[in-house]
Each structure stands twice: as C-alpha cells, then as structure tokens.
Design a protein around this ligand. Sequence first.
Ligand SMILES: *Cc1c(COP(=O)(O)O)cnc(C)c1O
Length: 356
Amino acid sequence: MKKHNFYAGPSILSDYTIKNTAEAILNFADTGLSVLEVSHRSKEFQAVIDEATALVKELLDIPEGFSVLWLGGGASMQFCMIPYNFLSTKASYIDTGTWASNAIKEAKLFGEVDVVASSKDANYSYIPRDWKVAEGSQYFHYTSNNTIYGTEIRKDPDVPCPMIADMSSDIFSRPIDFSKYIAVYAGAQKNLAPAGVTIAIVRDDALGHVDRQIPTMLDYRTHIKKGSMFNTPPVLPIFSALQTLRYYKALGGLKELERRDLAKAAALYETIDASRMFEGTVTNPDDRSIMNVCFVMKPEYKDLEGEFISFCSERGIVGIKGHRSVGGFRASLYNALPMESVQVLIEAMKDFEYKH
Ligand SMILES: *Cc1c(COP(=O)(O)O)cnc(C)c1O
C-alpha cells in the first residue's frame, strides 16, 4: 500500500532524492564504487558539494558575503556554535518552544541573554507580539518554525539589530531577506536530506569579533576556509541534499514550493476549522505553521484519539501522532509531501467523523 508520510523529522523526501541516493549507493557517478565508500576528497564528491552549495545560494538568493557550510552535529550543535562565534556581550532571543529554549540555554553560557518574550505560559500555542529587543543586543535569535507546537514566524521580523534564525523545519518554504541576517541554520532532516548534515549560512564579516578562544571545530572560520572539508563531512546526506536541491530547482524554486506548501496547509486547516470533532491547537491563523499542522480532538471526542491513529494507519497514513508535549495529532507537510497525501488525510478525518 502507498504510504502517506507525515513524520516530523526525519521525514518524507522526494522520490527523486530516494531513487538517486539508492542508485549512488550501488554506483556513484559511474565510479564503480558506492557513494558510501568514496573519499570525500575525490573529484566526484567535490563536484557534489560544489553543486549543492551553489544551488543553496541560487534557490535562497543568498547575496555575496555569505558562506554556506555543511556541518555535522545537528541544529542542536548550532545552539552553541552561534553564541560561541557571535556573542560577547548581549543577545536577544524569543522563546517560542523547546528548540528556542534549548538555544537560549546554550547562549547563556556565553553572555547576557535578553529573552524578549515567551509563550511558554500557554504551552507555546501562539507567537508573542509587542516585544522589543534590548538596547545594545548584538543579535536577535528566533526559531522560524516551531516544529513541535505548529507555530511559525513566516515573515522576517523587523528589529534594530542583525538576526539569526533556526530554520530547521521551514527552510526552502519561503524567501529570506538575507540583508537582515548574520546567520541562518537548518538541520537537513526536515526539508532536505536524511539526518546527519546541517546547513549553516553565515555572513563572513560578522565573524571574528569575539575575543574568546574558539575550539577549531566550533569556529565557523575553520569550515569557511576549508570549504566544509576541514574534517570528513557527512558525505551521504550531502549527496541526498543535492538531489533534493535539483528537484526543487526543476519544480520552479522557492516560489513554486511556497505555493504548494500554502495550498496544502490551507486545505488541512480548512478541514480542521470546519470539523465537529477536531480542533487546531494554534487558534490565531497568523501564527499557524504551514509545515507542521497540530490538532486534537475536541474534549467530547478525546477518547477516540487512539482509534483515529489506527483508522489512519489502515489507509497508509503514518506519522501523525502529535509530539508528547502537545498530544493529539501533528501532520507535517514538508515540501516533498504531495497534495494527494493531504487529501487522503482529509478524507480520513471526514470519514472518521461521519462514522462517529
Ligand atoms: C528538529 C529541530 C531541531 C533539532 O535538530 P537536530 O538536528 O536534531 O539537532 C532544532 N530546531 C528545530 C526548529 C527543529 O525542528
């Protein structure tokens, strides 16, 4: 049976990515070797990382003066690399969820952290408004999409200092105005590649302004100087990322990806809002994520949640169980998920509601 993959991460990849990765595991670039067993210094892999880097720059329209890095350690490693490299006095952060608060915890090891606002009081079900960045902040850090709670800041905020964003779960779903940023980072396993590689896009001239010693591997300048080859980069995830990037480009780039993402999310939210049985956990439409749609059963139907998961799995729908800190359901609608899968979920919700 065809599966409809709604996992939050690692998550669905395009058929193109999976097929080409499978082929390269058997024979990479006609070398007669698997991509699993070639040197990262071979000319064939150098071509892969070069093309992947160029496509990230092209698709995201990254201006001159920024470097695109392919790093290990996950987005969670960036929580410490960011303040290690950029924070000497004070930085501002907004607390919109678990990942944001993990980033705040690490930043506190390196300087003063001004938390401009938090939505923790309401289990992170909204994006705080009317906050101000503290005077003298070196940067403002935010999580553009809160994967666990289904909220999103889809528009680059306006603040009086440079910005840094964790875009792990919504990169390649909207344009980014890089003139406002000194760094953007994203773990690949939500919208790009298998787990194991993280993209960090850093503004070169924003580096080198802290006076602490930085361990070699945690210093962005090391990886810029060596083209992400200071040590062995995650070869296979980078190969897969290239396939996804080619697929994105062939589809028509960010414009088309965003159009599809908005249409998928609109269809699902419309169904949730019109339902007698389901309700969204994020009530302000402006705060709703187009990548991770979180919903629950209304109190009078609560005891049917388990049954709905089984009902869905009979139809090939997998990965819709909500994160344990929110409960209910979460449908992740990443770029590779076709509208057809959203329609199958919508159908299941309607049929289940009819049945009860
Ligand atoms: C998944 C996720 C992370 C954590 O990524 P790792 O690669 O597991 O460290 C961080 N931030 C956001 C927004 C995420 O969705």
